[in-house]
Write a protein that binds this ligand. Sequence first.
Ligand SMILES: [Zn+2]
Length: 118
Amino acid sequence: MGHVPWNKGVKYTKEQKSKLNMDGLSLGHNLGEKHYKWKGDFASYSALHYWLARQVGKAIYCSYDKKHTSTRYHWANISGQYKRDVSDFMSLCPSCHNKYDKIAQRGWATRKEKGGVI
Ligand SMILES: [Zn+2]
């Protein structure tokens, strides 16, 4: 039996490759893919909402116009940075939230994945 190089036939997965690139500081293609940080401090969209619900409860009115009624309301992020700060959120009816996000040119990544529904 001859010596086989330890890495002979080693195939890296996509993940490993991108990690290797990170380590090698060749970040080019990684930067291109996800240049925006949509979730700020939060691990996920649901982590954010769980945290918010604990701080301030459910969104129960539209802060744009309290006459707007809906069966449910959303917490909208104001700065787009998803800070761990309740003053960075406002409750909106779904319609205003939608408009606000469109104006601000930022939607939830989750929402995009699911095709427009929160
Ligand atoms: Zn509204």
